[in-house]
Design a protein around this ligand. Structure first.
Ligand code: HEM
Length: 519
């Protein structure tokens, strides 16, 4: 009887609850059914115009192939290439992305005409809040080309020569913290911390470097947080991270402006950094001088463009060396051959005589190029030469040199880390006799975009930081091999994180042994 009373008392609630849950279940079922139908349709009949490059089917509406691209892009793109050829379309978080592979694909994207495809339109939502206005992708392409000319001229041979001792000093000081005879540490974390110090000393100057403390690190990290992949997809969402990014941008710019003012007051001209070059030398073709604010924004752009690219490359290089200790030995032998001993000073000129060191960096960039894809937005319907395909206006095109760089057709045993392959490769290269073009920051061969190996891109948007990056990474490695022997911790080669905008190793632990322990 008691039980019946309780049931009766509960009945209205149970009825209400079950009515609610039936409603929720019905909505849930309808939503699931819609997703399943849409997914099946996408999978069986992906939406596209008849002359567009073939569409890769996908299950999840809107996200499209994002999960495959974020987890195993190498296998995904290789499989697509086998099935559809060098040009195919994927859906990537609501975007139609025509993927262009191989040397032909690289050439198509990098040599696309300004009226046809735009890097600015593809990147500005992500970059302008971080770099600031009036520079890079916030200006007309012709202005960006002039700004690249300023920076390229600032990275002169004379300045690069002056950077080598600075980088050695920073590296020696940084690794004082790995002070046990043996230890285990995260090599990516170490390289990220070291590269911001070396890059700041070289590009920004000793006055900036001497003021870099924890508060600078916080501002830098908040600014860097603006490069979250979500900002690539949705412009300027009102997220706390974006608010922190905007505040950090203002702080960083004001910091640089105050250093510039101090330099003017003290009439300082004795430095080799880019800040000084931008202050003293830069005038646009129309006679207007580069403003201090533009200079500050260019410096922010350079710092961020070089940071993750160079630090991950240094980390990957050391990971490959830890896996191949005989190349560690070869690097030391090379230094002894060039310099006479491991105590002699490494200089800018001696670095040029070390091909194994050069090829270690080159090979690392072949297997682990930090920038996986380079993207342009299509401004008007764009036919792909030699095919029937036409890419519709509003779609995106992407080059993925990482795939041609790992293609056995271009590189024998392409998945193997082998710096010595470049000796043969260089011998086979013929003299170029094609057109030379100057987009405003230096002459380049148009055929360079047809290469399967393009870790620094090609064409008008090609990297102008390559020479600095090489000097920086090679100097760090040359100093490091003198100080340490390295092995992979538990012999484990790190996993790769493809979900960040720069391809990074996941917690790469290494076991080090100090070779230069102080007595
Ligand atoms: C452009 C890679 C270091 C400054 C690029 C591009 C790539 C690249 C692939 C072309 C992007 C595109 O076409 O969409 C790398 C790698 C680096 C490196 C792999 C190091 C290992 C640096 C450094 C700096 C720098 C150290 C500055 C000092 C730039 C600039 C551009 C650029 C200004 C031009 C962007 C444009 O014209 O649109 N880089 N970079 N990079 N990079 Fe680098």
């Amino acid at each position: 009887r008691d039980r019946i009373v309780v049931y009766e008392a509960l009945a209205p609630y149970v009825k209400e609850a079950s009515q609610e849950s039936i409603l929720f279940m019905t909505i849930g079922l309808i939503v699931t059914a819609v997703i399943v139908v849409v997914s099946l349709r996408n999978l069986m009949y992906p939406k596209q115009e008849s002359n567009e490059p073939p569409m890769v089917p996908y299950w999840i509406p809107f996200l499209g192939s994002a999960i495959r691209v974020g987890t195993d892009p190498i296998r995904f793109y290789q499989e697509c290439q086998e099935k559809y050829g060098k040009f195919f379309t994927i859906t990537l978080v609501g975007r139609k992305m025509v993927t262009c592979l191989g040397a032909e694909g690289n050439n198509f994207v990098f040599n696309a005409r300004l009226a046809d495809a735009s890097a600015e339109e593809a990147y500005k939502g992500l970059t302008v809040p971080v770099f600031g206005t009036g520079v890079v992708y916030d200006v007309q392409n012709s202005v960006l080309m002039e700004q690249k000319r300023f920076v390229k001229a600032g990275l002169s041979q004379e300045n690069l020569r002056a950077y080598v001792p600075m980088i050695i000093k920073e590296t020696l000081e940084y690794f004082e913290r790995w002070n046990e005879p043996k230890g285990t540490d995260d090599i990516h974390e170490a390289m990220a911390e070291l590269v911001i110090l070396t890059a700041s000393r070289c590009l920004l100057g000793d006055d900036v470097r001497s003021q870099m403390d924890e508060s600078f690190a916080k501002v830098y990290s908040d600014l860097d947080g603006g490069f979250a992949p979500i900002n690539f997809i949705f412009e300027d969402l009102p997220l706390p991270a974006n608010r922190r990014r905007d505040q950090a941008h203002v702080k960083m710019r004001n910091f640089f402006l105050s250093i510039m003012q101090q330099r003017r007051k003290n009439k300082r001209t004795d430095t080799h950094d880019i800040m000084q070059y931008l202050l003293d030398n830069c005038e646009y073709k129309n006679g207007r001088r580069l403003s201090d604010q533009e200079a500050a924004h260019i410096l922010i752009a350079l710092l961020l463009a070089g940071q993750h690219t160079s630090s991950t490359t240094s980390a990957w290089a050391l990971i490959y060396l830890a896996q191949n200790p005989e190349i560690f030995d070869a690097l030391r032998e090379e230094q002894i051959r060039v310099l006479g001993s491991l105590d002699a000073e490494v200089t800018f000129d001696s670095l040029k005589q070390m091909p194994i060191l050069d090829n270690v960096v080159r090979e690392t960039l072949r297997l682990r190029p930090p920038i996986m894809t380079m993207i342009r937005k299509v401004l008007r319907d764009l036919p792909i030469p030699g095919t029937e395909y036409v890419i519709p206006q509003g779609a995106y095109i992407q080059a993925v040199p990482m795939i041609s760089q790992r293609d056995d057709g271009y590189f024998k045993n392409a998945d193997k880390f082998s710096p010595f392959r470049w000796e043969d490769y260089d011998k086979q290269q013929k003299e170029r006799d094609d057109d030379v073009v100057d987009y405003g920051w230096g002459a380049i061969h148009t055929s360079s975009a047809k290469s399967p190996y393009l870790p620094f891109g090609a064409g008008r948007h090609r990297c102008i930081g390559e020479s600095f990056a090489y000097v920086q990474i090679k100097t760090i490695l040359a100093t490091f091999v003198r100080m340490f022997d390295l092995r992979l911790h538990n012999n484990k080669f790190p996993e790769v994180d493809f979900t960040t905008l720069i391809v990074t190793p996941v917690k790469p632990l290494v076991d080090y042994t100090r070779r230069d322990q102080k007595k």
